[in-house]
Design a protein around this ligand. Structure first.
Ligand code: HEM
Length: 511
């Protein structure tokens, strides 16, 4: 069966507990109508014993690239076949919403792009995506280099202290450092707010981490405990979450007020002429307020900013964490990367132009995304009946997916190690700086695909390239313990259980 379903559905009303219960029931009852789809029986230990995406991969080897995963009465369809993935993400994008993901994120991101219903999404995507144009990205390179410069200066000061005590290396949790760096960058890039988290603590920073922590926790639970009546007032952890959310929202509201009050026609003209180099504040917020006038709805703007803050923070930090994890096990690759940095940058900071020449560094960033995809799963729920195409590894005939079916798109791909995959050969992506879903025909989905693809992909790739290049320009990095001791934990992103503890030394050649 090969057929396309193209119609779109009205956005769903907010779900409550009752809707969730009825969804469970629909899934249970609809299980049989998935025809001859292979079934993987999940055990609770699969959910909590190890990262789910490992189990999904094992089941993929066992059951093929489209299978049903049953956890008691709850069933998900798990898809990793590129043809089927393309059918869902691109060709029938509007037959799906974000399902479980929206249930989890809506209390935090409201009607921001990630959880948004289709109507809101269509309006906001049109407004937000143009904010990430090439000149904006060019202006952002300075933000990336300035912020990374603060991080490397901090490491140098720590090394100076260590040298004065006779040592030559410092031990650092680089995951935590990358998290601070990515927070500072996203704050400046999206709303021109300097969290300064590389060097200080503040209630807003604590609140951002608290909110992220709760979002992670929710994403690993399949029962929406946060919707239990009165939970937000009675359960201490929920009370804290709502306090954290209020702190961030107050901060964002202040920034929005400020952006609206300081809106000047001269800046609007500069923006219209795309005169980014002469503009003091090149942030996405400035763009949204200046280009759309002062009448943009504050609540929607706040949801948009919150979404970008969360979407762009831990993801990029995780990419850097796993890039360093991969590199630190491969001294020869570090040397190769450093040789490239030395020849392209010397002692200079990266620029928009020189990033293009950092080919090997870019491949390491992409390799990190391939082996440690952020997020490791894409989530959808069918809004109407959809017929999936028969994939190249699965059945010849496709499956009928009833409305309400929850789908996991499993993004992780086989094979290990840097340069382990021919898809990362730069000659196979002519004209593109980074391999993507178009070049790989949906086999590699670092930023999703179709209309709901990440809006910050180029921002994040350049940011990671700059940060990695500047780190390797100055330091040699080694893991403190064995690679096996770095345990994985997954939620919205893949991170380590106890930090990425590394030894950092100044490079011997005086860089
Ligand atoms: C969506 C990954 C950085 C903003 C997505 C999606 C993925 C993704 C896979 C698609 C989700 C889906 O289809 O369900 C990443 C990774 C990043 C990153 C791996 C870093 C390496 C950023 C940054 C921003 C951002 C820096 C903003 C500044 C968004 C937004 C969406 C999104 C707004 C929703 C797009 C829509 O539905 O229209 N991201 N992202 N992301 N990302 Fe990113």
């Amino acid at each position: 069966i090969r057929c396309q379903s193209t119609s779109t559905k009205e956005p769903k009303a907010k779900r409550n507990l009752l809707d969730n219960a009825s969804n469970l029931l629909t899934n249970f009852l609809s299980g049989g109508s998935l025809g001859s789809m292979p079934v993987a029986e999940g055990a609770v230990s699969d959910l909590f014993g190890r990262p789910l995406f490992f189990s999904l991969y094992d089941w993929f080897l066992q059951h093929g690239s489209v299978y049903k995963l049953a956890f008691g009465p709850k069933a998900f369809v798990v898809v990793s076949d590129p043809i089927v993935v393309k059918h869902i993400l691109r060709e029938n994008a509007f037959s799906f919403d974000k399902g479980v993901l929206a249930d989890i994120l809506e209390p935090i991101m409201g009607k921001g792009l990630i959880p948004a219903d289709l109507d809101t999404w269509k309006q906001r995507r049109r407004v937000i995506a143009p904010g990430f144009h090439a000149l904006y990205l060019e202006a952002m390179v300075k933000v990336f280099t300035d912020c990374t410069g603060r991080t490397t200066e901090k490491f140098e000061k720590l090394l100076d202290g260590e040298c004065s005590r006779g040592g030559d290396a410092i031990e650092l949790d680089l995951e935590a450092e990358f998290s601070s760096l990515a927070l500072d960058i996203i704050g400046l890039g999206v709303f021109n707010y300097d969290f300064g988290s590389v060097t200080k603590e503040s209630p807003v920073i604590q609140a951002v981490y608290g909110t992220l922590f709760e979002a992670e926790h929710r994403s690993t639970f399949y029962i929406p405990y946060w919707k239990i009546p009165l939970a937000r007032w009675v359960v201490p952890r929920q009370r804290k979450f709502h306090n954290d959310l209020k702190i961030i929202n107050d901060c964002l509201d202040g920034l929005i007020r400020n952006a609206k009050d300081s809106r000047q026609e001269a800046d609007v003209e500069k923006l219209q002429q795309r005169d980014y180099l002469n503009i003091k504040d090149a942030s996405v917020l400035r763009f949204l307020v200046d280009m759309r006038g002062a009448d943009v709805d504050d609540c929607q703007l706040r949801d948009d900013l919150m979404t970008m803050l969360i979407a762009g923070h831990e993801t990029t930090a995780a990419v850097l964490t796993w890039a360093v994890f991969l590199l630190a096990q491969n001294p020869s690759k570090i040397r190769k990367a450093q040789a490239e940095v030395d020849s392209v940058l010397g002692q200079e900071r990266p620029t928009f132009e020189s990033i293009k020449k950092l080919e090997y560094i870019r491949l390491i960033v992409v390799e990190s995304l391939r082996l440690y995809p952020q997020p490791p799963l894409l989530i959808r729920r069918a809004l109407e009946e959809v017929v999936l195409p028969g994939g190249y590894k699965g059945d010849k005939d496709g499956y009928i997916i009833p409305a309400g079916t929850d789908i996991f798109i499993s993004v992780q791909k086989e094979s290990e190690g840097i340069e382990g995959w021919a898809g990362l050969d730069p000659s196979r992506s002519p004209g593109a700086l980074y391999p993507n879903e178009i070049i790989s025909d949906f086999a590699f989905l670092p930023f999703g695909g179709g209309p709901r693809k990440c809006v910050g992909d180029q921002f994040a790739l350049m940011e990671s390239t700059v940060a990695l290049a500047m780190l390797l320009q100055k330091f040699d990095v080694e893991l403190r313990g064995s690679p096996e001791s770095v345990e994985l934990v997954t939620g919205a992103t893949i991170h380590t259980k106890n930090g990425l503890w590394c030894k950092l030394k100044r490079r011997p050649n005086g860089h």
